[in-house]
Design a protein around this ligand. Structure first.
Ligand SMILES: NC(=O)c1ccc[n+]([C@@H]2O[C@H](COP(=O)([O-])OP(=O)(O)OC[C@H]3O[C@@H](n4cnc5c(N)ncnc54)[C@H](OP(=O)(O)O)[C@@H]3O)[C@@H](O)[C@H]2O)c1
Length: 265
């Protein structure tokens, strides 16, 4: 039995991870699959769980938790440390965007983002590792963004932390039997932009990625042991370029692109 815990499993990329892992995708072992689904909306979690049981015959447990709170993080940590029901795969995916530039966003919302994108990822990875290292098996996928390579406020900074954190532990834990991949997608059609009240309607269609394809690419990268996963050639090229563009030049280019994509809604 392979057990996967996915945060933010009710929509977008998290729901796509849950479906693929329930079907035995990625580096999951052959045999039966069980899932632990985490998000805030308990009724929606139950609906997704029912669909996965019916469609894939997977065993599915739901764990409603707000990962931007101490109580929510502690509840998921406790599940990950439960040696009687060990978790083999952790997908730290839950995340959100704030509408507007740095000065438009209340600092409490920025702190909530840092708690979800950084503190929760740090604590859940640490909890999962306690058990994975003892069993010398498992893998962790942390979902960052191509924004990690661009200077765009707290969102980019939080995702840059996710990239560096994952790269660091991947090196430190080489040979431990536990693998790490950080997924850095570009724009993906999910609920993300609508939830944040961002207007992404003028983005060209080639900018958009499909959630299922992004997850397939990520799981292929997990299978070959790649630490940084950037799905699609166009975003691989964008990341390669962004790594070499000075922040001042990036500011000029992105303000032109901002006419097409306005995080202020
Ligand atoms: N879509 C994109 O263009 C894009 C691009 C690059 C990176 N990403 C990253 O991909 C990840 C998934 O985003 P998505 O696009 O799939 O977003 P989405 O469609 O809005 O789904 C977000 C999921 O996270 C859950 N969630 C949000 N806040 C939470 C909290 N405080 N505690 C627990 N669960 C929470 C939501 O469920 P509840 O509301 O019920 O909690 C939902 O299941 C995020 O980390 C995002 O930053 C997205």
């Amino acid at each position: 039995m392979t057990t996967s815990l996915v945060t933010g499993a009710t929509a977008g990329l998290g729901a796509a991870f849950a479906r693929r892992l329930a079907a035995g995708g990625g580096a999951a072992r052959p045999g039966r699959h069980s899932l632990v689904l985490v998000a805030r909306d308990a009724a929606r979690l139950e609906r997704v769980a029912r669909e996965l049981r019916e469609e894939y015959g997977a065993e599915v447990e739901v764990l409603p938790a707000d990962l931007a709170t101490e109580k929510g993080i502690a509840a998921v940590e406790a599940r990950l440390r439960d040696r009687g029901r060990p978790v083999d795969v952790l997908v730290n995916n839950a995340g959100f965007g704030n509408r507007g530039g740095f000065l438009d966003v209340p600092v409490a919302d920025e702190v909530r983002m840092l708690t979800l994108h950084c503190e929760a990822v740090l604590r859940l990875t640490t909890a999962a590792l306690d058990v994975m290292r003892e069993r010398r098996r498992g893998y962790v996928v942390n979902v960052a963004s191509v924004a990690a390579f661009m200077p765009r406020g707290t969102y980019s900074a939080s995702k840059a932390w996710v990239v560096r954190f994952t790269e660091g532990i991947a090196q430190e834990l080489r040979g431990s039997g536990v693998r790490f991949t950080v997924l850095c997608p570009g724009f993906v059609r999910t609920e993300f932009h609508a939830r944040a009240g961002m207007d992404a309607s003028r983005l060209p269609s080639f900018a958009w990625l499909d959630a299922e394809r992004v997850v397939d690419a990520a799981l292929r990268d997990v299978a070959v042991g790649r630490t940084v996963s950037v799905p699609s050639l166009r975003y691989k090229a964008a990341v390669a370029l962004a790594r070499h563009v000075p922040p001042s030049l990036y500011g000029r280019v992105s303000s032109r692109a901002g006419r097409r994509y306005d995080p202020r809604g």
